[in-house]
Design a protein around this ligand. Structure first.
Ligand SMILES: [Zn+2]
Length: 222
């Protein structure tokens, strides 16, 4: 076990909790791909709140446990993570939560549209689609996720379940998880006011270009 990488997993779990994009009970899981390897480090604890270091496990990208103790209830969702690493060579971190507003959209089986600028700025210009329901971790659920994920988009809603975010780094994955929750909350409240209105397509590209210009200039997102 690479202690530094296991600590990074625990630190990322803590960042998810601090972001607020998590359900009250803290259910969820975080994985980080071990660079240059065919395995990931994964949170095997029941909650991301106060996740213990010794409950981080090593799992092969073939889904086989290599080190640590993985309870079946956590093991069932390993395939969601390994599928994202297999399909997206650039993905270094996968986060799954039941963040409340995003999960409300997942339960309603309603996609989140691009109605806040941050979605366009952070790689979700077409919003967040909903992957059809399948029992958690089943081949059916994984096939639905793979079918629903949009090219280069780092998040998908899981029907009747929650949300899955996958990005190059843990920091970006946590950031996008927070933006997805923020968009869901805004959409939820806007639905009491006639419904959220999506950004025009051409403005989404402009928002992304501005974000890239800020990044190139080293300016923080405000
Ligand atoms: Zn879940």
């Amino acid at each position: 076990m690479d202690k530094g990488l296991a600590e990074r997993v625990v630190e990322t779990a803590g960042r998810v909790v601090a972001s607020g994009a998590i359900s009250t009970n803290g259910h969820g899981n975080v994985s980080i791909r071990e660079p240059g390897s065919d395995e990931m480090y994964f949170t095997a604890g029941p909650s991301l709140r106060g996740h213990p270091l010794d409950a981080v496990v090593r799992v092969g990208l073939d889904g086989v446990l290599r080190e640590g103790d993985l309870p079946p209830i956590q093991g069932a969702v390993v395939a969601m993570h390994t599928a994202m690493y297999a399909d997206r060579p650039d993905v270094g971190c996968v986060i799954h939560t039941h963040s409340p507003f995003a999960t409300a959209y997942a339960v309603a089986q309603r996609p989140i549209g691009c109605w806040i600028e941050a979605l366009a700025m952070f790689g979700l210009p077409s919003g967040i689609p909903v992957a059809g329901y399948g029992p958690r971790g089943s081949a059916e659920a994984i096939a639905h996720i793979r079918a629903a994920v949009l090219p280069d988009h780092p998040a998908v809603l899981l029907a009747n379940h929650g949300v899955l975010v996958f990005h190059r780094t843990p920091e970006l994955a946590v950031l996008v998880g927070g933006i997805v929750e923020e968009a869901a909350e805004a959409g939820f409240h806007a639905s009491a006011l006639g419904g959220p209105v999506e950004l025009p397509e051409e403005m989404r590209a402009a928002a992304l270009q501005r974000a890239m210009a800020y990044a190139a200039a080293g300016t923080a997102h405000g």
